[in-house]
Design a protein around this ligand. Structure first.
Ligand code: B4P
Length: 186
């Protein structure tokens, strides 16, 4: 493995990004950077970013690029990211992907490795609606919107990384999926 592992874990909402990211943190000893978690924390704390993000997130739309790009830029500069990181839920637009490439270069980091979890829409809907964490965006209407937004804005991220992306079947036991990911990372 190279001296630093900057891993992007991408996939539609409910594909298991957050779940698998936590396991990869254990396995590789690198921190998870979940823009969804960071934004939810901001909403909870009532910060300016949180106030701006809440309605957007609840509706299933994406928070503006400049907001999340700045969050990631600052987070990546922290010392615990030196050995690498698992980016969970970022980049979510082509703009964010281009910005991330620039940030990695600017900070003298290795280029990103990209893992995409593949799960069919019916299964995604089932998982999210069964999640039961009381998230304001886990309802029928918002899930429908999130799946549309994924196809519209996030699928182009896969095209951006077309040469290097490893597509992984995201259906099966958590252990099996972790094993598929770690095999692809090599
Ligand atoms: P996220 O927090 O990223 O939410 P998500 O896409 O729903 O994925 P999550 O990680 O929660 O779910 P997971 O797949 O692990 O984003 C929320 C919102 O924040 C976005 O809609 C947007 O508004 C905003 N946002 C975040 N990042 C942004 C960005 N970069 N730019 C702009 N806006 C941004 O798991 C789902 C469920 O499936 C869980 O209940 C889990 O237990 C279950 N599951 C996982 N693996 C399974 C398996 N193998 N089998 C069965 N169930 C499984």
């Amino acid at each position: 493995m190279s001296r630093q592992l900057n891993l992007i874990l991408t996939g539609p909402p409910g594909s298991g990004k957050g779940t698998q990211a936590k396991r990869l943190v254990e396995k590789y000893g690198i921190p998870q950077i979940s823009t969804g978690d960071i934004l939810r924390e901001a909403v909870k704390s009532g910060s300016e970013i949180g106030l701006r993000a809440k309605a957007i997130m609840d509706s299933g739309e994406l928070v503006p690029d400049e907001v999340v790009i700045e969050i990631v830029r600052q987070r990546l500069a922290r010392p615990d990211c030196k050995p690498g990181c698992v980016l969970d839920g970022f980049p979510r637009t082509k703009n964010q992907a281009v910005a991330l490439d620039g940030i990695l270069k600017e900070q003298g980091r290795e280029p990103a490795r990209v893992i995409a979890l593949v799960v069919a829409d019916d299964e995604l809907r089932r998982r999210i609606l069964a999640r039961g964490e009381g998230r304001a965006d886990d309802n029928e209407e918002s899930v429908k919107k999130r799946l549309e937004v994924y196809k519209r804005d996030t699928e182009p991220v896969l095209a951006h990384y077309a040469k290097s992306v490893a597509k992984i079947d995201g259906v099966g036991s958590l252990d099996d999926i972790t094993a598929r990911i770690t095999k692809a990372v090599g």
